[in-house]
Write a protein that binds this ligand. Structure first.
Ligand SMILES: *Cc1c(COP(=O)(O)O)cnc(C)c1O
Length: 473
């Protein structure tokens, strides 16, 4: 496919070209040469972008079992609501008085997230999960600084953790200490005990963890951590198994972030926009970023009066459109959020049972919202997990997450979500079993995939080591 620059006909199409910006701007800020934008008619521009979008894979095109990413269906009514004029065109500098509707929505969303997580206060500012983690770790850091416990410089992270966990703690200036998982794929309590001392600020945990397994010792872990004077951070990016069944407060956590763009049906991919609200227990309330949305004297307002606030973590008040979508989804679902979690867990277990045996299942226990297979057997037969992922694309399935979590060799991390029907799951299972058979019989043929995608097999090492991203027209 040609780039839009190569398609340029040189004939003025959609034009802003005649506006002489020099008439309005200071002369020293005005570009001198030709900007070199492509020139096409409006129709040609539309065709170009339609073709590009057709090449894209999305949940509306097919099954998207990308583990840890929760690619559930995003109801279109959420889009409609987010594009209502009063929401979409509201300027963030408008006064509280002029923004009562938007502030009420944000306040109500904070209340809903408090209920869902069991926590006591919320900030909606962080723009992504990793940003929420950073915010949460900044809160923990400030908490210990305020208490004069500056010796607490270490953060414990399980070896199964999402890479953003150690990265966020490190960015906050903490030293990372890894704790191993045991043979059940859970935090090894004895290994954890050995790591505890007066320098430990906290632990970052994901529950269910990235293997899709519920940490059954979580209460003992939170007791151990609190007895040590440390705090517990809950990575709630994958909340899809948890909604309404339990919550991080009951498990003893002090700080939680949620990914609205995973669990709460906001479209994501391609880098955003998202939202990673952070929910905290009472003792951390005074450390939240400013402003939080409050209500008093029959008015909603942006509250900047937070005693030990870590400051602002984002311009304005977060990705507002994402907040509208999540709020709409939560209202629409109501108590059925609990049913969504139940169905997500049921779907994952159903697929797991259909695939195990043909693919290795390193941790053969009931899973939560996702499960992790190993393609080790297929690797020995000549096709690695990467090859299986590529082959799936020829069957119009998005590949699962591969090579994560790091503690499983040749990992295939599968998360079907609650959105999918039994027919879709059966079809995917049939395809996976077929691919296993193809690998047994003719691995060379499988290695030629993908054949049906716009871009065939690429040299991934070359792409990573020597990316060539410059257009030379
Ligand atoms: C997706 C994810 C994150 C990071 O969220 P982003 O919005 O991509 O920054 C963190 N932890 C887990 C377990 C995740 O799945």
């Amino acid at each position: 496919m040609k780039t839009i620059f190569e398609k340029s006909t040189g004939v003025d199409g959609v034009g802003i070209a005649d506006v002489k910006l020099g008439d309005f701007l200071p002369h020293d800020l005005v570009r001198e040469g030709d900007i070199g934008l492509p020139q096409l008619s409006e129709l040609d521009v539309m065709r170009h972008y339609k073709e590009l979008s057709d090449r894209n894979f999305c949940i509306e095109k097919g099954f998207y079992p990308l583990g840890s990413c929760t690619m559930k269906y995003n109801p279109k009514v959420n889009e409609l609501l987010a594009s209502l004029e009063g929401f979409a065109n509201l300027h963030p500098m408008q006064s509280d008085e002029d923004s009562q509707g938007a502030l009420e929505l944000m306040f109500n969303l904070q209340e809903a997230l408090k209920k869902i997580t069991g926590m006591d206060a919320v900030t909606l500012q962080p723009a992504a999960g990793a940003h929420g983690e950073l915010t949460g770790m900044m809160i923990i850091k400030k908490y210990f600084e305020t208490k004069g416990e500056t010796n607490r410089t270490k953060v414990i992270v399980p070896d199964s953790a999402h890479g953003t966990n150690p990265a966020s703690a490190k960015m906050c200036g903490f030293e990372i200490v890894e704790v191993k998982s045991n043979s059940k794929g859970q935090v090894d309590i004895n290994a954890l005990k050995e790591l505890l001392d007066e320098n430990v600020a906290g632990i970052m945990m994901t529950n269910p963890n990235t293997l899709g397994i519920f940490e059954e010792n979580v209460l003992e872990i939170s007791k151990l951590m609190h007895e040590n004077g440390s705090l517990l951070y809950y990575d709630g990016a994958n909340f899809n198994a948890v909604m309404g069944w339990t919550n991080p407060a009951l498990m003893g956590f002090d700080v939680v972030h949620l990914n609205l763009h995973k669990t709460f049906a906001t479209p994501h991919g391609g880098g955003g926009p998202g939202a990673g609200p952070v929910c905290v227990a009472e003792h951390l309330k005074e450390y939240l970023p400013v402003p939080v949305i409050d209500y008093a004297d029959s008015k909603y307002f942006r509250n900047y009066d937070i005693k030990h606030s870590i400051g602002k973590v984002r311009s304005f008040y977060g990705n507002f459109g994402v907040l509208v979508r999540a709020y709409a989804y939560i209202l629409m679902m109501g108590d059925n959020l609990k049913l969504a979690s139940a169905d997500a867990v049921l779907n994952a277990n159903y697929l797991k049972e259909k695939l195990k045996g043909v693919y290795d299942l390193p941790y053969d226990v009931p899973c939560m919202h996702e499960f992790v297979l190993s393609g080790e057997k297929q690797h020995h037969q000549g096709v690695s997990t990467l090859g299986i992922a590529k082959r799936l694309m020829d069957y119009n399935c998005h590949p699962p997450t591969v090579y994560f979590p790091l503690i499983v060799h040749e990992a295939l991390m599968i998360e079907p979500t609650e959105s999918e029907s039994k027919e879709v799951l059966d079809n995917f299972a049939d395809i996976m079993l077929k691919i296993a058979k193809e690998i047994e019989e003719n691995p060379e043929e499988v290695l030629k995939s993908p054949q049906k995608t716009p871009i065939k097999r690429v040299d991934e090492t070359l792409a990573a080591r020597k990316p060539d991203l410059v257009f030379r027209g």
